[in-house]
Structures are given as C-alpha cells and as structure tokens.
Design a protein around this ligand. Structure first.
Ligand code: CP
Length: 319
C-alpha cells in the first residue's frame, strides 16, 4: 500500500488500523487542551475538493488541518471552474501547481480519488467516492467503538439499512472484520448488494468469517453491542428500492422497542446526516445509548491523525 494516500481500509492491515487508533488517542488529548494548536503541518497546504454535499467530513477536515497549522483552501463544484467544464484531473493539477500538499476529495463517482492518486505527487485522501468507500468515516467509527468498549475483537455489531449504496458500510465492513468484530448486515433484499456473496468471499479471505446477512431487524439486533443505522441514500438510487418510506420505516427503523433486543450496554451509531423517523427514531438518536455526537468529535481527532500520517509518509516524495 502507498501510505502517502488514504483511499480505503481494504489495504490497511490490522496493525495499520491499530496504529491509527493509537495516534487518534493522542489527538484527542490535544483537543482537550486550552490551546488547540500544534505545528506539525506548518507550511503545508491542504485543499478540500468537495463535489458533493457534506457538513461533518468537510468541516472536520478543515478544522483538523487548521489545528495542525496547515493552510486550508476549500473548493466546491459551484463557483469553481468545474462549473465551466474543467475536469477533476485538470482542477487537481491546477491546485497542485499552487503547492497543494494534501488533496482531500469527495466525489459522486466511485474511483475518483484513486484516479487522482495515480497522477498527483500530493497526498490524496478519499472523503467519500460514490457508493464505494469512506475510509475516514470508518476510522472514526472504529475509534468510537474502541473508546466505548476498550476493544473491538468479538464485539457484535449490527449495520442496518441501505447497505447497497453505503460507502460507510463498505469501509466499516473492512475495518471491523480486520479487527475481529462479528458483523450482522441487515436491510431489505433490494438494498443489499446483488453480488454480495463474492464481496463477502473477498472479505473472508482478509481473515474473518464473522459476518452474516439478516433481513429481520429483531433477529439482527439480538444480543448485539453496537447498532449502526444508515441513511436511505435516495440520491444514489436509480429506481426507488423500497415500496414507500413508511413501509421501510415500519420494517427497518431503529426504535426503542427494537433496542430492547440488543444488549443493555449497546451503543447506537449513525454516520449522519440522520433522517429521524425513517432509519432511526428521534428518541433513539438522542438517547443515552447514542454516541452520534462522539462520532463527530472523534472524526476531528481521526482526521488530525490521518493528515499527520500522510504528511510523514510523503516527506521527500512530493515536489
Ligand atoms: N458522515 C458524513 O460523511 O457526513 P457528511 O456528509 O456531513 O460529511
């Protein structure tokens, strides 16, 4: 794996992920200090190219880079020359020519950050590419579970909802399986990948058979330590994959009644943004079991660790 870039967790070893979690512990300690500033990216330029909507990922990368003393530039589709038809490649080359050291990219098409990583000297971080991957979201989810339980090995984790279109689910599956969790993936058949079996085979080969698919929500959450609800990704569905939102919510919304089937100590996660009343009931989203806001705080610490890592791994290699 080329450690200058962060594209997905499939190329990360268990040791790589554990090392990142340890670095995140240090970053969280830094966030508790009054002076939240260290000079590790002093003189570096970080460019956020977000060609899809984002609040958490974009803002936390910007904040993380500023805490590490980098200069930060934000580029969006609207208002940039992308509106005039400039390609992503030429946009990225233009930004690199202005000394960008790290390019963080969110793109509606799977593979866009991979393409850039093959052509740029700058480090490329995938901030979400289509339905494919969202590695830093998975890292912050892994860290949040690790922080709550002190381990990940053998924990039972139910990921519920639109798995088919979820880059968060894909990256999380890699991460949690590599760290030895037992996963249950639950959703309607229309929202589970059609070639799921071959995808699962690939993950089995990565070292775990601890993964199963379940269509019944109560069976999926029975005795689990973690419930992770996912948003219905309407923007990625070519055809509407469920008969109606109401029917989907009747069968797959995480409610207080559903949570009774999980362990008492179970935590509730959601990558956000949440559609309360669809995949998660408001009272669960804001319950004592919910760690949704911890996920956001941990996202900042994880992204600080990631920016620092790629910078260390790119010393002497760019420009
Ligand atoms: N979880 C996530 O990626 O949120 P944003 O779309 O707000 O960045």
């Amino acid at each position: 794996m080329d450690k200058r870039h962060v594209l997905d967790l499939d190329t990360y070893s268990k040791k790589d992920i554990e090392s990142l979690l340890e670095n995140t512990v240090e970053m969280k300690k830094l966030l508790q200090l009054d002076t939240k500033k260290i000079p590790s990216l002093n003189g570096k330029t970080v460019v956020n190219i977000f060609l899809e909507a984002s609040t958490r990922t974009r803002v936390s990368f910007e904040r993380a880079a500023k805490i590490l003393s980098a200069d930060v530039i934000n580029v969006s589709g609207s208002g940039s020359s992308i509106e005039k038809g400039e390609s992503l490649y030429n946009t990225a080359l233009t930004l690199q020519a202005m000394n960008a050291d790290i390019i963080i990219v969110r793109h509606p098409h799977a593979g866009a950050p991979y393409f850039l990583s093959r052509h740029l000297d700058a480090s490329v971080i995938n901030a979400g590419d289509g339905s494919h991957a969202h590695p830093t979201q998975a890292m912050l989810d892994l860290y949040t579970v690790y922080e709550k339980f002190g381990k990940i090995q053998n924990l039972k984790i139910a990921i519920i909802g639109d798995i088919l279109h979820s880059r968060v689910a894909r990256s999380n599956i890699w991460g949690f399986v590599k760290l030895g969790a037992q996963l249950v993936l639950c959703g309607p058949k229309t929202l589970l990948p059609k070639k799921f079996e071959s995808n699962l085979q690939q993950i089995y080969q990565a070292g775990s058979k601890n993964i199963r698919v379940e269509n019944d929500l109560r069976a999926a959450v029975k005795g689990v330590d973690v419930v992770m609800a996912l948003r219905l990704q309407k923007e990625r569905q070519k055809h509407w994959s469920v008969p109606s939102i109401r029917e989907y919510a009747n069968l797959f919304c995480v409610t207080p009644e559903i949570m009774k089937h999980a362990k008492k100590s179970c935590i509730v996660m959601h990558p956000g943004p949440m559609n309360e009343g669809v995949e998660i009931e408001t009272s669960v989203a804001h319950s004592k079991q919910s760690v949704v806001e911890d996920q956001v705080t941990n996202g900042l610490a994880v992204r600080m660790a990631v920016l620092q890592n790629v910078t260390l791994n790119n010393i002497g290699k760019n420009k």
